[in-house]
Design a protein around this ligand. Structure first.
Ligand code: ATP
Ligand code: ZN
Length: 303
């Protein structure tokens, strides 16, 4: 197998996290778009088998830079990391080099400001003159500027949540999903600076023809995969007269396909539902006149 740098550039190269929270879901999502790979022995590079789309397995923090440098064409990374690094680039006078192409619906978290549990929190102005520890200096500085607060940003690369106990800072600004880590460190979240999830990032420029075509195909498949991720195909039968009662129970469905069976008034319907199809909903449909209800998983979709 060729090493990444010798790969001809008519292949598309996607950077994903090697290990961590985004690694498995990123790979699963790309696999659901019909991609498969042969992995190199050092587990850093996966050679695309079904399509000329290769994976580079890296630390998530390296992904925006790899796209900016043109080493990779696309990347799956937290919006937090992408936006922070964009802010840092702009603070250093560099132009924006990447953009969010799709939100991917996993890796949800938020960047929150947290203060010691004993503080009575009234407003961001309380932070004037304080030290705030974070790994997100650009996002924090921007928020402080927006709030008109003058505080010292203490840059830490990890273990931000213990900084107040160690006397390194008065408050912190860190990623939170459940809040359990904050509570374990006697901190409480008081403000959300940024909402994040995993995104597909790409360069600001257009691709050349060969990679552009591959990228468009991948995006089309990705849109299909994202759309059907929670979708089910609902099939049932009903009398035509029941339709006005049934259709309002399908607000998340695409226009149902209606087939006539046994004469004009008896119908077979199928509807692609994008929300949860629960037992309760099936019972409501039954009460409204549906019969023979069947819920089927959706394997693929191409609009
Ligand atoms: P790497 O070795 O790749 O640098 P890491 O320690 O930076 O790994 P993870 O902890 O796996 O990375 O987090 C990766 C991304 O997962 C974060 O940047 C964020 O977008 C997302 N994420 C979701 N929930 C959380 C959370 N509770 N804490 C931290 N990150 C989270
Ligand atoms: Zn990281």
């Amino acid at each position: 197998m060729s090493p990444p740098n010798a790969t001809p550039r008519d292949r598309l190269r996607i950077a994903i996290q090697k290990s961590g929270r985004l690694a498995d879901p990123a790979r699963a999502l790309l696999a659901s778009c019909g991609l498969s790979w042969r992995e190199s022995r050092d587990r850093l590079f996966c050679y695309g088998e079904t399509l000329p789309v290769d994976l580079l397995l890296v630390r998530d923090d390296d992904i925006p830079g790899l796209i900016a440098d043109g080493v990779c064409d696309l990347g799956v990374v937290g919006r937090n990391v992408m936006t922070e690094q964009d802010g840092e680039r702009r603070a250093a006078g560099k132009p924006t080099a990447y953009r969010e192409l799709r939100a991917l619906g996993f890796g949800d978290c938020r960047l929150a400001l947290a203060v010691p549990e004993g503080w009575e929190w009234k407003s961001p102005r309380q932070l004037d003159g304080m030290r705030i520890a974070t790994s997100y200096p650009a996002l924090l500085s921007q928020w402080l500027a927006d709030e008109g607060v003058s505080a010292e940003v203490v840059l830490l690369s990890g273990s931000v949540e213990i900084a107040p106990r160690l006397g390194q800072a008065d408050a912190i600004c860190d990623l939170v999903s459940s809040g359990a880590t904050l509570a374990a460190n006697q901190l409480k979240p008081v403000a959300t600076l940024f909402e994040s999830e995993a995104v597909l990032a790409g360069p600001v420029h257009e691709f050349d023809a060969a990679r552009g075509e591959l990228a468009s195909m991948l995006l089309r498949r990705l849109d299909g995969a994202l759309r059907i991720r929670h979708s089910k195909l609902l099939m049932f039968q009903a009398e035509r007269a029941s339709l006005p009662a049934l259709l309002p129970l399908l607000p998340d469905a695409e226009a149902p396909t209606v087939m006539q069976i046994d004469g004009a008034d008896h119908l077979a319907l199928q509807a692609l539902c994008h929300g949860a199809v629960t037992w309760q909903r099936l019972e409501e449909l039954k009460r409204a006149g549906a019969s023979g209800l069947m819920v089927l998983p959706v394997e693929g979709m191409l609009a």
